[in-house]
Design a protein around this ligand. Structure first.
Ligand SMILES: C[S@@+](CC[C@H](N)C(=O)[O-])C[C@H]1O[C@@H](n2cnc3c(N)ncnc32)[C@H](O)[C@@H]1O
Length: 230
């Protein structure tokens, strides 16, 4: 069986849909702003130039939470296009409200499992950078298999990033950090360009995120990596 077939057969479920309540504003945003910023799921490749109405470098964030960091980056970099993927509906609603308030047009959102979106909708070598900030740590050992960052996922990301593009990771969980170090060590599609361990004061080319603040309050350390696509 080809490696690609093996990969598509395996499905990790890296999230549980939390029953978080939508505020009235978020529900309204999902109705009114989704047609402006939303990319619906389908199993066909999307033409990113036509989605954004231009050709530009593209950054994708996986699991953007409430979108704070994502909207901030999109507003600060108008000549780059940003794509965010998040399954938590209140987070998506929150992000839509922020994007609208910021008056930006270089952002699109998906509210579907990132594994499927990447596999089916994102063309190969179409991204300049992918960000994975504080992926769900699944702390119990029997749940480690639900961690999104595994060999197959890393292989898929490497296909989606253009040569010379980058993959940024951050976590506040020591044993996830150890697992990530091992994964990077056994991978040959990326080169490790930078790795930092810090106490919150030295994020690598990103702003502090909500989950990072939560981890820091609990006394966690932070690990950051930048990998470059060979
Ligand atoms: C721990 S939170 C971190 C949120 C944000 N990046 C931050 O640092 O504040 C992880 C997020 O990833 C989302 N997530 C997990 N698996 C996902 C998947 N397969 N597709 C899309 N989002 C996912 C979760 O819903 C959650 O909001």
């Amino acid at each position: 069986m080809a490696a690609h077939q093996q990969e598509t057969r395996r499905t990790i479920r890296s999230f549980v849909r939390r029953a978080g309540r939508l505020t009235t504003g978020q529900a309204q945003a999902l109705q009114e702003l989704w047609p402006v910023f939303g990319i619906d799921f389908s199993d066909e490749l999307i033409d990113l130039d036509s989605v954004f109405g231009r050709a530009a470098p593209r950054v994708l964030e996986i699991g953007f939470g409430n979108g704070e960091t994502l909207v901030e980056q999109a507003a600060a970099n108008p000549s780059t296009d940003f794509i965010g993927i998040e399954v938590h509906e209140p987070g998506v609603g929150h992000c839509l409200l922020r994007a609208h308030a910021a008056g930006i047009s270089n952002l699109r959102l998906s509210r579907h499992d990132a594994i499927d979106v990447l596999r089916h909708q994102i063309p190969d070598a179409s991204l300049r950078r992918i960000n994975l900030y504080f992926p769900d740590p699944w702390p119990k050992k029997r749940h480690h298999k639900r961690r999104i960052l595994q060999h197959d996922f890393l292989q898929m990301l490497s296909r989606k990033i253009e040569p010379g593009g980058t993959f940024h990771i951050a976590t506040d969980w020591q044993d996830y950090a150890e697992q990530i170090d091992e994964l990077i060590g056994s991978d040959d599609s990326f080169r490790l360009s930078e790795r930092r361990t810090h106490g919150g004061g030295d994020p690598l080319d990103r702003s502090t995120t909500r989950f990072e603040r939560r981890g820091l309050q609990q006394g966690h350390k932070i690990w950051d990596w930048r990998l470059t696509r060979i």
